[in-house]
Each structure stands twice: as structure tokens, then as C-alpha cells.
Design a protein. Structure first.
Ligand SMILES: C[S@@+](CC[C@H](N)C(=O)[O-])C[C@H]1O[C@@H](n2cnc3c(N)ncnc32)[C@H](O)[C@@H]1O
Length: 414
């Protein structure tokens, strides 16, 4: 932590016990960002407001956390960079707060989502999107009535995952979307298709391998597609109207490896606010395999460069987990240092995880590796979170599992 004497305080909140360290003003801003009360009413839930509620994404940041961090750690009009932008939560909140938003991710589905979510739309654009969706649905309905066959051969994974009539309907929706001219609306409609895929499948969600048998009527997939397209249009309209005036420059989102960062210019960012993968917890490549394939997105870079992947950590000796994460995090910190202005803040939202009985403490590892990568650890807030994974319960017996907001600052050039 910084030269200031270390203070430790404890706050108790709905989300669990919060422990802080570092200078009081900064630690309290971090604690406030984590302290998000669960919504009592689905209609009033910030996690589902406007574009945030459109498409699922594993380990999304809570929009209230993102909004508070953006306002606390970046200057008005400044540039916020999220190099693990996922579905774009930080970028959306940065734009709403009048900041310029720069983002990247190695998952092409994330890049597609973040780009579409951060692009403001005019009323005519929103109406055009709904009209195009209606054309797609009409095409699928015509093919269904004509009992037309599939336009391509589907692999066994798809045959196992969907009822035959659902697969045929999805095929018609997809082939019509692919035939549309290459324009932003086509990208939106492909995301609408992605948003309904799981709901008409035999899988409960991206991160579950379970099987559910749903009874899906003929025509339901098309109906759901239309409802989702209308919902997306409404959400895009609401987001666009909520932007400040004059609106900040458009979000700029690219496919980039956060441990390399080819895209951004040197010292372009006033703040980095991001949430790296939670080590050993998710496999984005595997979770999104279906969506990536249905959207014809090339996942080659993700396959080669995803960090923190659960399967890779599961194959390790459990004692090697913390060192592996220290190495992956260091590669990211060294890459991102170049993009930040000297002295500028880097806020990491990260949770503890485990490989079998050995905990990977996100806060301790970040504090250990940061100085060697050109960052000074400044403050942190850590809120306890339940741990549901029974096989690694022993890892959190002595200290609970925490979600952390960690503030580092880029050291000045030496
Ligand atoms: C915790 S999620 C970020 C979620 C995001 N904050 C949101 O609200 O949707 C971590 C992200 O890291 C990405 N990722 C994994 N390895 C990466 C790498 N080497 N470079 C860039 N992104 C990577 C994953 O694709 C995933 O989107």
C-alpha cells in the first residue's frame, strides 16, 4: 500500500462484511462501489436496466459498481479503458458519465456485444431494426409453413441441443440474417439470435452442462426472436436518450489480448477500470462455443490466449494455482502500464478463487506482483462472498472468499 499508515476498518452491508485498507478516502470509494444492495424489484434492477439487461454474460460487473468506480476514479471528459471489457458494462457506464470509452477483449462475442451496446441509435435507426427483425421472422414463418428443410448440415452438438423443429426455425432465422446487407442492423440481429439460443435449447445456460427438456411449440423461436428484437430496440433507445448532452465520443472496442495490448496508443487512458477473469472459474471459449459458432465468430485468438481458464487451472497441481495467476496477472499489468498516463489509477474488480483446496487470493497476488510491473498498490475494499463450490470449500475455511476492488496507480517513469 502507499506510504500513509495502514488503516483497517470494517463495514457490514447487505452484500456481506467489507474490509478496507489504504488511505481512507480512496478505500471508502472502493467499498461504496462494491456495496450494491440486491434489487427488490426486477423492474427496478440496475443490473437489467436499458442495454445492460439484453444478453447474459458470465461474471458481468454490476452496473452500479461500474458507475461508481468510473465517477470516483476518472475525470469528467477523460478516457476510461477496460481491457477485459466482456459485455461492456464499464464502457456503457463510462459513456453515461460523460467519459470516452475504450475497450477490448479476446472474446469476439464480447467485442460484438460491447460494440453494439455502446453505439447510440437514433429513433429511425431503432425503428429500422424492428422492421428488419419482422422481415427475418416473416421469412422463418414462410419456410416453416412450406416445411422447407435446413439450409445446411448441423453438427451433432446442435442436433443434441435443440428439438428438430426448433433447429429448423433457428436455421431459417440465421440464414435470413446472414443474407442481409452487412450493416450495423445485421450485427444487432445476430446478437438477438444469440440472446434467444439458450432459451430454446436443452441447456439451462452458458455455464451449465445440465440438460433440461423444454416443450417448445412450433413458431415459438420466431416469436421469441421478435420479442427480443423489440426489447433490444427499446433498450438501445433508452440508453441513447440517457447519454449526456453533448454525447461523449462513441465507444471504441477492439479484439485484443490484454496481456499484449496492441491496439491502444501510449498513455491514452486517464483510468483503467476492469474485471479480469476470476482465475480457475470460467472458460469463456467453452461457455460461448455455441454462440460463437452460430454467429460465425472466429475464436482462434481466444483459444490461444484466454487467461484464468478453469480447465487449464484444474489440470494443474493445486499448489501451482497462485503462481500461475501471479504470472498471468503480471503479463497484463506490464502490458497495460504503457496505455495509462503516469500516476493514473487502475481499478481491478476481482474475486478470490481456488484450485481444489488451495485458495487463489486475488488481493494478495495483485499486491505482490504490482510493484515489479510498474504499479503502486494504493487501497482496497474486500467484501465477503459465499462460496458454493463444495470440492474447494476447504480453501476458504481460514479466511472467507472475498470480492475485491483494488486500486493501483501507475508509477512515474523511472
Ligand atoms: C470477468 S469477465 C469481464 C466481464 C465484464 N466486466 C462485464 O461486465 O461483462 C473477464 C473477461 O476477460 C476476457 N479475457 C480472458 N482472457 C483474456 C485476454 N487474454 N485478453 C483479453 N480478454 C480476456 C474474457 O473473454 C471475459 O470477457
Amino acid at each position: 500500500m502507499s506510504d500513509e499508515p495502514k488503516r483497517r476498518r470494517s463495514l457490514s452491508h447487505v452484500g456481506g462484511h467489507t474490509d478496507t485498507a489504504g488511505p481512507r478516502a480512496e478505500a471508502e470509494k472502493l467499498a461504496h462501489a462494491l456495496d450494491v444492495a440486491p434489487a427488490t424489484d426486477a423492474d427496478d434492477d440496475p443490473a437489467r436496466s436499458h442495454v445492460h439487461g439484453f444478453h447474459t454474460y458470465p461474471a458481468r460487473m454490476h452496473p452500479t459498481t461500474a458507475a461508481r468506480l468510473v465517477r470516483a476514479f476518472s475525470p469528467p471528459g477523460g478516457k476510461v479503458f477496460d481491457p477485459f471489457c466482456g459485455s461492456g458494462t464499464v464502457l456503457v457506464e463510462a459513456l453515461l458519465a460523460g467519459r470516452a470509452a475504450l475497450g477490448s477483449d479476446l472474446n469476439p462475442l464480447a467485442v460484438r456485444l460491447a460494440r453494439c451496446k455502446t453505439r447510440p441509435r437514433t429513433e429511425p435507426e431503432v425503428e429500422y431494426l424492428v422492421a428488419r427483425a419482422a422481415e427475418v421472422v416473416q421469412h422463418a414463418e414462410d419456410r416453416r409453413r412450406a416445411r422447407a428443410g435446413a439450409t445446411r448440415r448441423y453438427p451433432p452438438e446442435d442436433v443434441d441441443l435443440f428439438d428438430p423443429h426448433v433447429l429448423l426455425e433457428l436455421d431459417s432465422l440465421r440464414s435470413k440474417i446472414e443474407s442481409l446487407p452487412d450493416e450495423p442492423t445485421t450485427l444487432d440481429l445476430a446478437l438477438v439470435l444469440s440472446a434467444i439460443l439458450m432459451k430454446v435449447s436443452r441447456r439451462p445456460g452458458d455455464t451449465s452442462g445440465a440438460v433440461v427438456m423444454r416443450k417448445i411449440r412450433a413458431g415459438f423461436a420466431s416469436k421469441l426472436f421478435m420479442q427480443k428484437a423489440e426489447d433490444w430496440a427499446t433498450r438501445l433507445g433508452a440508453f441513447s436518450r440517457a447519454l449526456p448532452s453533448p454525447p461523449p465520443p462513441r465507444g471504441d472496442v477492439s479484439l485484443d489480448d490484454a496481456t499484449v495490448l496492441k491496439a491502444p496508443r501510449d498513455e491514452v487512458a486517464d483510468a483503467v477500470i476492469t474485471s479480469p477473469p476470476y482465475a480457475a472459474t470460467y472458460d469463456y471459449l467453452y461457455h460461448h462455443e455455441l454462440r460463437l459458432r452460430w454467429l460465425n465468430l472466429d475464436a482462434g485468438m481466444l483459444a490461444r490466449g484466454e487467461i484464468g481458464g478453469r480447465a487449464a487451472y484444474r489440470r494443474m497441481n493445486e499448489d501451482d494455482g497462485p503462481a500461475a495467476w501471479a504470472w498471468e496477472l503480471s503479463r497484463f499489468l506490464k502490458a497495460v502500464r504503457r496505455v495509462l498516463k503516469p500516476g493514473a489509477p487502475l481499478v481491478l474488480v476481482a474475486a478470490d478463487s481456488a484450485v481444489r483446496n488451495v485458495a487463489i487470493r486475488a488481493d494478495e497476488i495483485a499486491a505482490d506482483v504490482a510493484p515489479g510491473c510498474g504499479f503502486n498498490p494504493v487501497a482496497r475494499a474486500s467484501q465477503s462472498r459465499p462460496h458454493f463450490h463444495e470440492p474447494s470449500a476447504a480453501a476458504f475455511r481460514t479466511r472467507p472468499r472475498f470480492e475485491h476492488a483494488l486500486l493501483l496507480r501507475r508509477s512515474s517513469p523511472s
